[in-house]
Design a protein around this ligand. Structure first.
Ligand code: 5CA
Length: 446
């Protein structure tokens, strides 16, 4: 992409309404524009990252054997009356009437809709286990929408639903989700810790939230620092293997890690003092097992191999895809701007032309630009007639992990400069070598 032809409306000033870094930087980097409280337009670069995160979530869900689909944003109120949640949900639910005066609502989540699909089409143990998911916009009329996309009213969420014949099989689905979520967050360059939590309006007995540690997080969390050493890495997981998923679940849930809702000081104080930590966290996902709560109220039953008719066991699992962008920025920025992890960056490398219009400088930038594209990578070429200082400030603000700088001075010696956004270190090298270095860096992410 050539910056002269892109739409990247960066702001020079800090917007007064933004209280935390991610909100401020998303506005300044031209990623989002508020249209009304807690509702945003996703401008091209914000949208690009949203799509990248969505793809990572899809890939990891499909890898775990879960099946993608798409349900609507508007739902009939009657289904929620059946489950008993229409009244319970209160003011958070946006209620709408259609032209026939029928009660509709903008879905805050999809347990009712999916249970309705299930009960209409599945009736036998032979069709189980089954996990369906979608990634769709949700609406919750939050009391205090704030911090930009972190607590929005309209937000983008992956929500998945498992249907199993019994508790044992449903717990395998629970463990499988935990593992697939850990992989998802790691690919995004995030450390998200699973913590025992409270199930709130979704209901159920078992639930874990995934929290990214950050001072600006809305939750208070307590944990044993041993959990920070755990990593899924590039270990391949057989998602059908109940024992393997259970082992990973145990490994990650053995160290103490709880949100304030489930925190227990008596247990916490037994951890050696140097490992006992408390901090703030951003909730980027949650998994639930709620057994037969919805299947019983909505009549979603299946015939067992014994011929007995039983309510299906269910769980639901959510990832806050739009919130994740805020969480990534909270975890990865400095006073000059965002620092994208390689796995989610909107463009792989920035190109700064220090002397636009100089034939040789233009030619080298162009060669690098085409070279990157030939390697299947996406460069962002700042080809505007702007002074160097402004170009550097924009690149630092939007936070691409790598930048090359091309100018007549370096070209006298045949070199350009390659700079890492994270370390700030620069190296002079030949164009071919810079291409090779960048391609190598990204080989682990494509
Ligand atoms: N039905 C379940 C699982 S699918 C459910 O709705 N879970 S949830 O309420 O925990 O939401 C899932 C994730 O969506 C949360 O972990 C959080 O990351 C994200 N989320 C929830 N509310 C908001 C909001 N107002 N703005 C941005 N993200 C949100």
């Amino acid at each position: 992409m050539r910056l002269s032809r892109y739409f990247l409306p960066v702001l020079k000033e800090n917007p007064a309404e933004a209280q935390i870094a991610s909100h401020r930087l998303m506005l300044r980097a031209g990623m989002i524009k508020q249209s009304s409280t807690g509702i945003y337009s996703w401008l091209p670069m914000g949208f690009k990252i949203l799509r990248k995160l969505e793809n990572i979530v899809h890939e990891e869900q499909v890898r775990a054997g879960h099946i993608p689909m798409l349900m609507p944003t508007l739902q009939p109120a009657d289904l929620w009356r059946e489950s008993g949640r229409y009244e319970v949900y209160g003011h958070e639910m946006l209620r709408i009437k259609d032209r026939h005066d029928r009660d509709m609502l903008y879905g805050p989540t999809n347990e009712e809709l999916i249970t309705d699909i299930f009960r209409n089409h599945v009736g036998s143990y032979k069709d189980l286990p089954l996990t369906l998911y979608h990634i769709q916009w949700k609406f919750r009329d939050e009391t205090r929408p704030r911090f930009g996309v972190m607590r929005g009213r309209e937000f983008f969420m992956k929500d998945g639903y498992n249907f199993d014949i019994d508790r044992k099989s449903a717990m395998h689905a629970y463990n499988r989700h935990l593992v697939s979520y850990l992989r998802t967050y790691e690919r995004m360059g995030l450390k998200a810790l699973p913590m025992r939590a409270d199930s709130g309006p979704i209901g159920g007995e078992d639930t874990h939230e995934f929290l990214v540690l950050a001072d600006t997080g809305e939750s208070e969390v307590f944990y044993d620092s041993d959990i920070l050493d755990l990593k899924i890495g590039d270990r391949t997981v057989d998602y059908d293997d109940q024992d393997e998923c259970a082992a990973i679940f145990n490994e990650w849930t053995t160290p103490y890690a709880r949100t304030d809702e489930t925190h227990d000081d008596d247990i916490f104080l037994q951890i050696p003092a140097h490992r006992r930590k408390s901090s703030r966290g951003i909730e980027v996902g949650q998994i639930f097992y709620f057994g037969t709560k919805y299947s019983e109220s909505m009549g979603a039953n299946v015939v067992k191999d014994t011929g007995e008719l039983v309510p299906v066991h269910m769980g639901s699992h959510g990832i806050g895809v739009s919130r994740l962008i805020g969480a990534i920025i909270e975890a990865s920025h400095d006073d000059r701007g965002i620092i994208w992890p390689e796995g989610v960056t909107p463009f792989h490398c920035g190109i700064v032309n220090l002397k636009q219009g100089d034939a040789e400088t233009d030619a080298v930038c162009e060669a690098f630009y085409l070279g990157m594209k030939a390697l299947g990578l996406e460069p962002l070429y700042d080809d505007r007639l702007e002074r160097a200082g402004g170009k550097f400030a924009t690149m630092d603000l939007i936070g691409l992990p790598w930048r090359i700088t091309v100018g007549p001075r370096g070209l006298k010696n045949g070199v350009i400069e390659l700079t890492s956004r994270r370390t700030g270190k620069s190296e002079e090298m030949l164009v071919e070598n810079a291409l090779e270095r960048i391609a190598q860096t990204y080989s682990a992410y494509t």
